[in-house]
Design a protein. Structure first.
Length: 313
């Protein structure tokens, strides 16, 4: 994996499934993270080749429940993000997917209580020994590049110290969400604290936080010196943020997303959630289109809604 001058789609639960990742890549994302999947869940799964749509599926054993879907078109840029609090479990889980992805990333930033109470996500930030155990175990046993995504600690000094310890484990890159665990998404990202880490490390740093326009890519790179730039909400609201030609109208992007969701037989819950997030941001769920999306139960229902509200109007 090469991280220099790369545009990166951030991991987003319920959003970063195959159609969204392919959409972001089509507009110019070089590296695309999948949504976080917890190791416990992955351990109940097996790998299956899906000849019907040409995908590789990680499916819960004994069911048709697809937990992760990828395809060869994205194999050189898709990053599998995992939630874990245990090195052996992380390794066993990663072995199921590592041959089909470009890198495996460990989530060390999620502040949600289900993550933290299980010792995962942001809970790891205060356990450098466990971080070392997880990352070195993965590094030692897998050929796939290993990375992690962290948040800022209380002081810039603490963040730099943690990042130095992470670098020593041999990871290929570290992504930094420039907010502290207690910060809300509306609090401004502190790019200057990413710059302190970039100065201290030799491995690539991926800068994340408050990138909403294509111009912001150069601004954050200049402000931080980071190798790569990662976007979450800016991409969710309009995946063409990655395009050097400028953003496309969000309705066009929405239509393209639905088309890809149908082609790749995406999980209806993921498609609905992603569409609702787009609609809330640009319009309203109180309007007829939003209400119809909420009522949809299948991808066919969603296709019908799009036909009426996006393609015919
Ligand atoms: C996220 N974020 C996130 N982070 C992570 O490491 N794993 C995940 O699965 C998720 N899921 C997720 C879902 C949604 C809907 C959002 C908006 C965010 C955090 C995300 O990757 C990113 O770090 C922050 O959103 C900050 O970036 P932006 O939004 O300022 O570009």
């Amino acid at each position: 994996m090469e991280y220099r001058n790369k545009l990166v789609l951030a991991p987003m639960v319920r959003v970063g499934t195959l159609p969204f990742r392919l959409l972001a890549a089509e507009y110019g994302a070089d590296i695309t993270y999948g949504e976080e999947i917890i190791d416990h869940k992955l351990l109940k799964c097996e790998r299956r080749v899906n000849d019907v749509i040409g995908s590789i599926d990680v499916v819960e054993k004994g069911t048709e429940n697809v937990v992760f879907r990828t395809c060869h078109q994205e194999s050189s840029r898709v990053v599998f993000q995992m939630g874990t609090s245990n090195a052996v479990r992380a390794l066993t889980a990663a072995q199921i997917v590592c041959k089909d992805v470009a890198a495996v990333d460990i989530n060390m930033g999620c502040p949600k209580s289900f993550s933290v109470s299980g010792g995962m996500g942001a809970a790891l930030l205060t356990k450098p020994e466990l971080i070392r155990d997880i990352l070195t175990t993965l590094k030692r046993n897998l050929d796939t590049p290993i990375t992690c995504k962290i948040r800022l600690l209380q002081s810039s000094h603490d963040t730099v110290e943690l990042a130095r310890r992470i670098e020593k484990t041999g990871v290929s890159a570290v992504a930094i969400h420039a907010r502290k665990v207690a910060d809300r998404p509306r609090d401004p990202a502190k790019w200057s604290e990413i710059a302190d880490v970039v100065t201290a490390l030799s491995i690539p740093v991926i800068a994340n936080g408050d990138i909403f326009e294509h111009e912001d890519f150069e601004r954050i790179k200049a402000a931080t010196g980071a190798s790569a730039v990662m976007v979450a909400r800016g991409a969710l609201w309009n995946a063409s943020v990655f395009s050097p030609k400028g953003k496309r109208p969000w309705e066009v992007v929405k239509g393209e997303y639905v088309r890809k969701s149908i082609l790749w037989d995406n999980d209806i819950k993921s498609t609905k959630h992603t569409l609702k997030e787009m609609i809330v941001h640009h319009s309203s769920l109180e309007l007829p289109e939003g209400k119809a999306v909420i009522k949809s139960e299948t991808l066919a229902d969603i296709a019908y809604v799009m036909l009426i509200y996006t393609f015919l109007l």
